[in-house]
Design a protein around this ligand. Structure first.
Ligand SMILES: NC(=O)c1ccc[n+]([C@@H]2O[C@H](COP(=O)([O-])OP(=O)(O)OC[C@H]3O[C@@H](n4cnc5c(N)ncnc54)[C@H](OP(=O)(O)O)[C@@H]3O)[C@@H](O)[C@H]2O)c1
Length: 333
């Protein structure tokens, strides 16, 4: 098995320019990380595009195979927790950052990173969810367990056509929660309504507002995937005792905002880090996503491509042009 070859996307640097292509590797070249997995599906995340295009804050050494998500079957295990033919999911930790990732047909990872595939999900469905669905799930979990909110709440989702945003819109709607989708792509209004948005607003209506420290409260809760001045504007438009769950930094790493929504309205700002989320929380959310939170319309928010199609998708996600989730099939059959 170790002498077998496999295909993977490789990001390489030539004179400061990064390229991505499909290349042949040997299984024996993978790090010896206890559990060898044949990857059936992966999915594209914003972080993968950063890794693929040379962001050293994500990936330090090249050539490198990105892909923070993988779902597949155990081929070989030195861990007592997993055995050959187990179906498993790996998302984040160091996968696709500095450990060769899910855009290769095989990965080798520590057992501690692995979640057994929930019995009610296929490998394909698990990657229609992937890190973005898990992130949306953690955000929704933080919102609906927030102690000060009633059942009858209005929730705003920003970056709504993105992978995290569209999953969050669909999940909140599935839970019978009123959801407003904020987007820069108003031509996607029909898509957003079809996955459950009650209202679709142009994102400028949210973040092109005066810099008064507090504005009239419009939502009880928000899931912000964008960060920067969008997050600031959302915080200042949240109702008394509301919660803003944030995961993204599309608009950068800085947050300049007013303290007043926190001390006069009791707003909670809750961070989401699905990268190193506690295994217990991961398992809880995966279980929910495979049972009462399982979306009947998952295929509406994902589009399947093959490994060879991937290089064309990185720039698109960096430019905020993706709609929904990109599912990657690793083997033709
Ligand atoms: N913390 C975590 O655990 C975690 C996990 C997953 C992802 N993330 C982060 O969450 C963010 C979203 O991830 P994703 O996978 O959903 O990415 P994505 O699919 O690219 O979605 C991002 C969305 O942001 C919106 N956007 C893009 N440029 C914008 C701009 N200039 N101003 C305002 N909005 C803009 C776009 O939505 P509209 O066109 O609809 O406005 C875009 O579709 C990224 O920063 C990612 O790194 C964090």
């Amino acid at each position: 098995m170790e002498n077998n070859s496999y295909q993977a996307i490789v990001a390489e640097e030539f004179n400061g320019i990064f390229t991505q292509s499909v290349k042949e590797y040997f299984i024996k070249d993978l790090p010896d990380n206890y559990v060898l997995i044949r990857v059936h599906y992966s999915s594209l995340n914003y972080k993968d595009a950063l890794s693929a295009t040379g962001h050293k804050g994500v990936t330090k050494q090249y050539p490198f195979t990105p892909g923070i998500d993988a779902a597949g079957v155990v081929v070989n295990s030195k861990s007592p927790d997993f055995k050959t033919d187990d179906k498993v999911i790996v998302t984040s930790y160091d996968l696709g950052m500095n450990t060769p990732g899910g855009f290769g047909q095989f990965i080798s990872v520590p057992a501690e990173w692995i979640v057994p595939l929930p019995s009610n999900l296929t490998l394909k469905e698990s990657m229609m969810i992937g890190t973005s669905g898990l992130t949306a799930g953690i955000g929704v979990h933080k919102i609906i367990t927030h102690p000060f909110l009633s059942n009858d709440i209005n929730v705003l989702v920003t970056g709504a056509t993105g992978a995290v945003g569209s999953f969050a819109v669909a999940l909140l709607s599935h839970l019978n929660i009123n959801v407003t989708a904020a987007t820069g792509k108003v031509d996607q209004t029909e898509f957003l309504t079809s996955i459950g948005a009650k209202e679709v607003v142009h994102r400028d209506n949210i973040n092109n507002v005066t810099d008064r420290p507090m504005l009239s409260g419009k939502w009880n809760a928000s899931l912000d995937t964008v960060g920067g001045n969008m997050l600031d504007a959302v915080l200042r438009q949240t109702e008394h005792n509301g919660i803003v769950a944030c995961c993204g930094n599309v608009l950068g790493n800085e947050l300049q905002t007013s303290i007043l929504p926190f001390i006069l309205r009791g707003i909670t700002l809750a961070g989401i880090d699905s990268g190193i989320a506690l295994m217990e929380l991961r398992k809880t959310i995966w279980h929910k996503l495979s049972t009462d939170w399982k979306l009947p319309n998952m295929q509406k928010i994902s589009r399947e491509i093959s490994l060879t199609d991937l290089p064309g998708e990185f720039q698109k996600i960096l430019e905020g042009k993706q709609v929904g989730k990109v599912l990657v099939k690793l083997f033709k059959k």
